[in-house]
Design a protein around this ligand. Structure first.
Ligand code: SF4
Length: 290
């Protein structure tokens, strides 16, 4: 079997930075809390837990005192920082710079919209950690839309500023923008609509790259955690271009795939997939007996 790992797959710089920050703190103290999964990949989470990382949820965070807590790349809403200040929690803030800029832009637009009676619209997945952080910049007043159907919540007689979660699909965001423009135009209020391209370039570029990669192989093994939005999105693109694509979260799942000895196999993954895991998948396939 000929096995190739996609050189463009693997952690994005935001995730690399968060993991490096966690590992540094773990080397210093041997223990660190992290608010939510540091990355949407169970294998990587387990590796860091073995070094002393402890994942906590919001309730557990609210009850903590005098501790060190890592904020992951997705970022957090302002209330998290307020709790930390109140409970003497030292934050190691690994919010990705791209997300941080988006939070600041939304916070500034929110103040502006407050003054003129406008609204903030966020295209993203309701309840996703990054979206919770973004919505927090609007005092929970922003409108989160996940599909065109959700646009009925928007008041098209008032000004809107539209932003996107950083890991959304460029094509789907384009459809939302086009539909909002159409509705404003129909009401004669084109000037009331402003939109911003806030999808992370690392994610946007991956869509094209992964399809160029997937089309070259007989079979594609897409390695990702099941909770990764970016993983589900990129896998869907792989499968569309190469129907012989499989989603794998654990090595054991490789046993269910009908490989042939002369198969060419491409291994790729999401921005939350560790390179070491793709390497392990490659090692298993290279040692396969037929
Ligand atoms: S996908 Fe982009 S925005 Fe999200 S953590 Fe990675 S680099 Fe940052």
């Amino acid at each position: 079997m000929q096995v190739t790992i996609d050189k463009d797959s693997g952690f994005c710089f935001g995730v690399v930075h968060a993991i490096e920050a966690a590992e540094k703190a773990l080397r210093e103290e041997g223990h660190l809390f992290c608010l939510g999964d540091i990355v949407h990949n169970n294998e990587e989470v387990r590796r860091l837990e073995n070094k002393g990382l402890q994942i906590i949820n919001e309730d557990e965070f609210n009850r903590l005192n005098d501790s060190r807590v890592l904020i992951r790349a997705h970022g957090e809403p302002p209330k998290t920082y307020a709790v930390a200040a109140r409970n003497r929690i030292e934050l190691i803030d690994a919010t990705c710079q791209v997300v941080l800029k988006l939070q600041r832009d939304i916070a500034a637009s929110y103040l502006q919209m407050k003054r003129i009676g406008g609204q903030i619209v966020i295209y993203g997945k309701k309840g996703h950690a990054e979206v919770v952080g973004l919505l927090g910049q609007t005092n929970q007043e922003g409108i989160v839309v996940s599909s065109i159907g959700d646009l009925d919540q928007v008041d098209f007689t008032r000004t809107s500023v539209l932003y996107s979660q950083t890991t959304q699909s460029v094509e789907e965001y384009g459809k939302i923008i086009a539909e909002m423009r159409r509705r404003y135009r129909n009401g004669g209020g084109e000037a009331l609509f402003e939109c911003h391209d806030t999808i992370c370039r690392r994610v946007a570029n991956r869509a094209r790259q992964i399809q160029e990669f997937a089309v070259q192989y007989d079979k594609v093994i897409f390695v990702s955690g099941e909770k990764s939005s970016n993983g589900l999105y990129l896998f869907d693109l792989c499968r569309r271009i190469n129907p012989q694509s499989w989603f794998v979260s654990r090595l054991q799942q490789l046993d269910d795939i009908p490989f042939a000895p002369d198969d060419s196999v491409g291994i790729c993954g999401a921005t939350s997939t560790p390179m070491w895991l793709m390497q392990e998948v490659a090692d298993v396939l290279r040692s396969k007996q037929f």
